[in-house]
Write a protein that binds this ligand. Sequence first.
Ligand code: MN
Ligand code: MN
Length: 313
Amino acid sequence: MKNQPLGGNEQPRFSGSGTFMRLPSSENISELDVAFLGIPMDIGTSWRSGTRFGPKQIRAESNMLRPYNMWTKAAPFDSLNCGDIGDIPINTFDLKDSVDRIGSFYDQLLLEEVIPMAMGGDHTLTLPILRSIKKKFGPVALLHIDAHADVNDHMFGEKIAHGTPFRRAYEEGLIKPDLVYQIGLRGTGYTAEDFNEARNWGFNVVQAEELWHKSLEPLADQIKNKIADHPVYITFDIDSLDPAYAPGTGTPEICGLTTPQAVGFIRGLKGLNIIGCDLVEVSPPYDQSGNTALTAANILYELLCVLPGVKER
Ligand code: MN
Ligand code: MN
């Protein structure tokens, strides 16, 4: 019997453990196929902060999630042993040290055959994760769903911040540029180069305007054809969604993706060789209704449902 989320008929959903979906908290990573973890960090943010509270709030809202996907028929807990391994103890006084701590943690974690599902935290955290992933898998394909390209060379002179991880990842050879998809980019910038420079590196940039009023399932099909069975990492910045759906985030941009577009896109990714995911930039202090954290919990669940090995019933 694999780990199961605690059901609402066993313990009221407003109580019980504070783990993701009330899964068992796991110390023994070697028993897991999927490890949920928190990276409670906001010292890489440039505008509003608060993402240090993201993992706790995403876990709280995830208490309402039930195990079976009523549309896709995915039953992830039938085939994958899932657990919540807690939070990485970052150093909240030192961003660079925190990046190193995340890297060391992932180096250890990835000694096991486990798929990490991280709850952020600001987007800086994806850089050390990709560094660790490269050691195991080589340069990976990357699906980066975000309002922002996060390819600044620096922010206020700092090379490491939440707006720089994908330039660093490109420079360090952590990703395969022609297998990078940046989806949902929009808003105001400084020059056209803000998005075009990465296009010249080979990145596939899909601006939000190209997706307005459309299903993202054809895009998911295109991506599957291109990436095929190459290992792929998925990083989902909650600000890719329109602030009407996800207001609780640090750098909101209007005219974003809808929640049905995002969920349809993720469902369309079934079949990819996904080796890890993160969901970042949920800032509970700006999330008055709790909808942002609730949406984040559901997005993580939908990602879980398309991991390799998940069967339908
Ligand atoms: Mn981002
Ligand atoms: Mn963003």
